[in-house]
Design a binder for this molecule. Sequence first.
Ligand code: CMP
Length: 141
Amino acid sequence: MAQEMTFSIIKPNAVKKNAIGPIIGKFEENGLKIAAAKLTVLTRPKCEEFYAEHKERPFFGELVDFMTSGPVMLMALSGDNAITKNREIMGATNPAEAADGTIRKLFGDSVGENAVHGSDSPASAERELGLFFEKSEFVNQ
Ligand code: CMP
């Protein structure tokens, strides 16, 4: 299997409910490593750039309001097949449709406040990691 890196965000609702630990635990239990991490509050321009592909969606303003509303944990996750594996661990975008045991089922509140973000393809992973991390910050690949 291919060794990959993917981008992950623990969203403000999950940070607020003190769930950083259990969420990182899910990644580690499933063989992903935290290659880099930052606890920060996203600025509005950076968040709009990150979610640029959703700019025309009706929920864009609400999405940016929420994602800049409090601290988020930004991470690079590395491991075999990390992009797909992370998406499996997160579960479906809508927590109501997410499988039992997935992060979104356990910690998501709604489709907007769905606890975590994860890159959906190798191209997205590269773009998203590059927006938030310097190559020198991947200290645990
Ligand atoms: P994420 O993986 O961060 O990428 C885009 C986000 O848009 C997605 O997770 C959801 O949280 C959010 N989203 C998708 N659909 C809706 C919606 N109908 N209303 C609000 N937010 C949404």
